[in-house]
Design a binder for this molecule. Sequence first.
Ligand code: GLN
Length: 291
Amino acid sequence: MTLAQALREAAATFESRGIEDPRLVAELLLRHALSISRVRLYQELKRELAPREEAGFGRLIERCLSGEPLAYITGHREFYGLDFYVDQSVLVPRPETELLVERALALAGERNMAAIADIGTGSGAVAVSLALNLPQVRIYATDVSAPALKVARFNCRRHGVEDRVCLLKGDLLSPLPEPVDLIVANLPYVREEEVSSKGLAGFEPALALSGGGDGLDKIRALCRGLSKELRPGGGLLLEVGMGQSQAVAKLLLSLFPEADIEITPDLAGIERVVGLMPLSAGAKRLAGLLS
Ligand code: GLN
């Protein structure tokens, strides 16, 4: 079988099984099986696959058909224009989480920041994106999971920011060595009972997804410990799930009645990032709307 035939067959199988972008997925898997670039794939379309190569490609196709995320199979995921290594010890970075990075960069552009913390960093995608875009800022990135921190360390090295991102193991804010100017967090916020259906076909770590009964356990715990870990005038940006923004905004207002709360929708119109801005930096005060 030639590479071209193998691609056609795989794409047809994916299409019949309802996998999105079947041709693209087939290409990525074949390139991964053969460890070749896209250009080489196209140069070699007419060559015959060796039996070992064909078997290898077949195994990748099976993994994909079983529902395993492409990012885990290939070990690659793009986030904020950067390539990240991911495996099953971390959540696959989602496009909507780029909003967290965007909001953080916007705030960092408005005021001087010496240190930012990314709590529950997972693959390190948010921390690395911030580090690359904010060369003057110290970044702390924490996670409870040692295997996740290994992935984050790998990604820090890959992007040359290992000296500027300080990786710390521990629960939520507990490992932070000093108060920071901004805390960003994409904590687990999926309701416990939804975790198995939401974590991409059960492949993603429940630890990175489950936020307890109403999904807000981790977010509540972080918010309660916040005042000690923020510098005067410091801010917080939290990613939340669909329908959670108002509850989180209320929680923050109950803890920080004087603060400005900002809610930013993602591209799908879902209120995705809730921000707490003790200084009103153009932030919209929702206190009145919420009461
Ligand atoms: N956005 C992810 C999902 O819906 C959840 C991420 C999280 O819990 N932080 O699958």
